[in-house]
Design a protein around this ligand. Structure first.
Ligand SMILES: Cc1cc2nc3c(=O)[nH]c(=O)nc-3n(C[C@H](O)[C@H](O)[C@H](O)COP(=O)(O)OP(=O)(O)OC[C@H]3O[C@@H](n4cnc5c(N)ncnc54)[C@H](O)[C@@H]3O)c2cc1C
Ligand code: FES
Length: 282
């Protein structure tokens, strides 16, 4: 039964500084969402559309769970909303549902906010009975999120922080490199996080021939294949991450192009954020 108004925030908490977990009323999306799907969120009538992964759903209550990290104006506007506030739009589910493969041993590699989009994959592989090793990395201990949830779904959870304040000091790739040298059989690596991290993970798995699935996060505008903003090159072919992905074979992705395109509007983005802060909306 749906008790809340459409797109109302029914629950919200802070997972880490500027990382917000929220449950939002969106009954139709909740019924149809599969791992890998995302929504386009519109905070108000002049807001930018912000793509956010559907982290979890409760079809009975008609809610979807979103986790948003404040990166600039759009995400800050969503982050400052409170329980009882309404988002203007929650469009979705968008993208192609991720393929949950019939494999035995899977390593999930999550960097920063990437833990949240990985959660539905962890649930899906767990329910398939796969053996899951999860690696979670963040810059510092206080930026680590959803560790308990991932631990509950994983056979083994390994954590790294850049500064060594929790778990292994270093990057997720250091932990992965150690695992790859000790494990004989790994069927699949799923990796979600910053593009540089996904590129580095693919650099480790490619020479060993371990299939690696990544979820790409190019700049998206409409989210429906119309604008071309999310263009990526995969296996030498042009793809649009919002309709052909966001999940792709990581060994085929042109990460250098993705990283360059992600940085195309850095100046405009930081000007917008400064204006947003000057307007006292921070
Ligand atoms: C399919 C998909 C799923 C995502 N899921 C999540 C999620 O679950 N949680 C979360 O916190 N973030 C997620 N993101 C990233 C999030 O959409 C961006 O951080 C957000 O759009 C930045 O907007 P902004 O106005 O706050 O920041 P801006 O100032 O506009 O940009 C800050 C940074 O975000 C990147 N960015 C800007 N606009 C977009 C855009 N429309 N799409 C993607 N990246 C952009 C820029 O390259 C820049 O580096 C996802 C992105 C994609 C494509
Ligand atoms: S966001 Fe416009 S084509 Fe993908």
């Amino acid at each position: 039964m749906v008790l809340a108004t459409a797109h109302e925030i029914v629950e919200k908490r802070e997972l880490a500084p500027r990382i917000h977990w929220m449950r939002v009323c969106a009954p139709l999306v909740a019924r149809q969402a599969r791992p890998g799907h995302f929504v386009m969120v519109l905070a108000h009538d002049k807001a930018e559309r912000i793509p956010l992964t559907i982290v979890d759903t409760n079809p009975d209550e008609g809610t979807v769970t979103l986790v948003v990290q404040e990166m600039g104006t759009g995400t800050a506007e969503i982050g400052r909303l409170r329980v009882g506030d309404r988002l203007l739009g929650v469009l979705g589910p968008l993208g192609r549902a991720g393929e949950i493969e019939d494999v035995e041993k899977v390593i999930l590699v999550c960097g920063g906010i990437g833990v949240a989009p990985m959660y539905p994959y962890a649930k899906a592989y767990r329910s398939r009975g796969a053996h899951l090793t999860t690696i979670v990395g963040a810059r510092t201990r206080e930026m680590l999120i959803m560790l308990e949830e991932m631990k509950a779904l994983s056979d083994r959870l390994l954590v790294s922080t850049d500064d060594g304040s929790f778990g292994t000091r270093g990057f997720v790739t250091d932990v992965l490199a150690g695992l790859l040298s000790e494990e004989e059989q790994i069927d699949l690596v799923v990796c979600i996080g910053p593009a540089v991290m996904m590129r580095a993970v693919c650099g480790l798995t490619r020479p060993r021939g371990i299939r690696t699935v990544v979820s790409l996060n190019p700049i998206m505008i409409d989210g429906t294949g119309m604008c071309g903003g999310c263009r990526v090159t995969v296996g030498g072919e042009v793809k649009f991450a919002c309709v052909d992905g966001p999940e792709f074979d990581g060994h085929q992705v042109d990460f250098d192009e993705l990283i360059a395109r992600q940085r195309a509007y850095v100046r405009e983005e930081s000007m917008s954020y400064e204006l947003h802060k000057c307007a006292g909306r921070e």
